[in-house]
Design a protein around this ligand. Sequence first.
Ligand code: S3P
Ligand code: PEP
Length: 444
Amino acid sequence: MSRENLWRAPRAVAPVNASVTLPGSKSITNRALILAALASGPSTITGALRSRDTDLMIQGLRALGISITAAPDAATGTTLHVVPGPMTGGSIDCGLAGTVMRFLPPVAALADGTVAVDGDEQARTRPLGTILEALRGLGADIDGDALPFTVHGHAGLRGGTVTIDASGSSQFVSGLLLSAARFDKGVTVHHDGASLPSMPHIDMTVDMLRTAGVSVLTPDESGIADTWKVLPGKVDPVDWVVEPDLSNATPFLAAAAVTGGTIQVPLWPARTTQAGDAIRGILSEMGAQVRREGDALVVSGPAALRGIDVDLHDIGELTPTVAALAALAEGPSVLRGIAHLRGHETDRLAALATEINKLGGSVTETDDGLHVEPRPLHGGRWHSYADHRMATAGAILGLAVGDVDVEDVGTTAKTLPGFEKLWAAMLDESGSVESASTEPGALS
Ligand SMILES: O=C(O)C1=C[C@@H](OP(=O)(O)O)[C@@H](O)[C@H](O)C1
Ligand SMILES: C=C(OP(=O)(O)O)C(=O)O
């Protein structure tokens, strides 16, 4: 790894106090794009996230013939205008985006033509066969079980009932539900397997489908466990307004937690299905003060963080932030319920254990999580494994430890382009950065 690709994570020499405004949610933006593409008329998406994952979704839908134009919006960043139309064949690049590789194949099955789908080399090992097999069971014509694969779209799909094991990713369920109103028979998806992760993300799918006028029955409503039903029908056009990305807010809130400072995140929604909202409870349990002031969430860090025993099954994408916090806590932590993280951008359990231990930590992988013992940490090189949340976890550790060189910090562009600038702006506003710590590579 060249010296140029290392980013010296700034060390905080004083508590970090700042207000940080986050761009839009990846999960909401990519769901809104799918629903807008399948709608019966034009939609807008205000406050849309522009990042690698959302741009790949935009390009993928454009390749199928959907018109998507972006207009800068002074208040919210970007407004997307989506005009649906007849869909044809094309080529789709999923990059490393779970939402693209699991949400687009059902849309491709509705196109009239051949759709070739590929992604990053590293994406080829992410779980995918489950949704392709499910689509075949619903009438789709698909060659392949992993990236790259080909969908032979026939301008429609029968739909019906399908049983899948979605314990590897909630996105298998979300992907089927998002397109299902456009299947002839809609869909009934039954999950049969070990427990289903990331339930708030499925709730987000259901919520957004309902906003678009789609009829959905959840397990609670139908009385059938682990079963979701979408009725066939129209998808209404919607003027979507995207919430800030609360999972991307977590490293910034962690900056307050690990330095005894105060971070404020404006426009924190009062009600949300975003998994990132759960950071409030986690930070409180670790000893931080968490409160609302107007529309903002405000977190003030304690003198010392407590360890935590937490089941992250529903909120797995917060694990890298929570592991970094745990490594800096004064007591041991147990993070559980997250075996499925081995199929995320990288094997996050292995990556976190390896990288924290390289800095002097004591992290042990378990079958379904991590045990973290407190240890004094030192600087060193932090590998990102092309995982945006590994890079931001390195930034959190670097704040408290110093001399942490994050390799490929640009990988944060997956969901938060310009992360380093936002991080630096937070520290500039606070005046708590150590200027001598900005040159990378001293320990490399
Ligand atoms: O549907 C979504 O937007 C997501 C669902 C979750 O995936 P898994 O269920 O695969 O963990 C989450 O981790 C991912 O970041 C986004
Ligand atoms: C797991 C994640 O992403 P993806 O949507 O690629 O699954 C994540 O962002 O933490």
